[in-house]
Design a protein around this ligand. Structure first.
Ligand code: IYR
Length: 221
């Protein structure tokens, strides 16, 4: 990225009614997003994934360092290797590492150590957080607000995929350093999240849980 000057902002100011309409339409769209744990194996169009990744890459980031890297995994052998490594960690998590309180919190989601979606879903997007970048000379360039930046980009990716008709699951096997080895990523990149993407299987069910209403999730002062 070279130092740029300044260019005029492209911004569309909308009337009050149009603003409200668009806000409501987007809210309706996004409230229909559900985390899916049962996927169909049918492939999803690669262009859709590519477009959603470019959308995610539009996220704001500390000093515009864009401290993310996305690895799109559709190879069956790679997915199988990821599943095997993730289930190994998950078995530890569910049988030993997780506190009683944590397991109780997960109860309504019905999750366990088996992760068949890691091999049935057509695509796994491994999201890496780059703790630093390298400049043209190969010197380290510090990144800023990396977790915030990658979190925002991930949220935009989830929204972009949902908007295109792709269901997702935010999966966080812990620890997930195995992703560096399996996906050949350097050690200064930290696995941030494994986003499972695809069509839901026809019999997919989701937990009967809700979201906070406005008066609980926000305060206006
Ligand atoms: N990583 C585990 C456990 C898990 C933790 C949270 I916090 C969740 O919201 C869901 C699952 C798993 O994927 O099963």
């Amino acid at each position: 990225m070279t130092a740029a000057g300044f260019v005029p902002l492209e911004f569309t100011e909308r009337g009050h009614a149009e603003m409200c309409e668009r806000a409501a339409a987007f809210c309706t769209l996004m409230r229909r997003r559900r985390t899916v744990r049962h996927f169909d194996s049918r492939p999803i169009p690669r262009e859709v994934i590519e477009q959603a990744l470019v959308t995610a890459g539009s996220a704001p980031s500390g000093a515009n360092r864009q401290p993310w890297h996305f690895v799109v995994v559709s190879d069956a052998a790679k997915k199988a290797a990821i599943r095997e490594a993730a289930e190994k960690e998950e078995r530890e998590f569910y049988s030993r590492r997780a506190s009683k309180e944590w397991l109780e919190a997960l109860e309504p989601l019905g999750t366990d150590a088996d992760k068949p979606f890691l091999t049935t879903a057509p695509v796994l997007i491994a999201i890496f957080l780059r703790r630093f970048n390298f400049d043209a000379k190969g010197d380290r360039l510090k990144n800023y607000y990396t977790a915030e930046s990658v979190g925002i980009a991930t949220g935009i990716l989830i929204a972009a995929l949902h908007n295109a008709g792709v269901a997702t699951l935010t999966h966080t096997p812990s620890p997930m350093r195995f992703l560096n080895t399996l996906l050949d990523r350097p050690s200064h990149e930290r696995p941030f999240l494994l986003l499972v993407a695809g069509y839901p299987s026809p019999e997919a069910e989701v937990p009967d849980i809700g979201k906070y209403p406005l008066d609980e999730l926000a305060t206006f002062v």
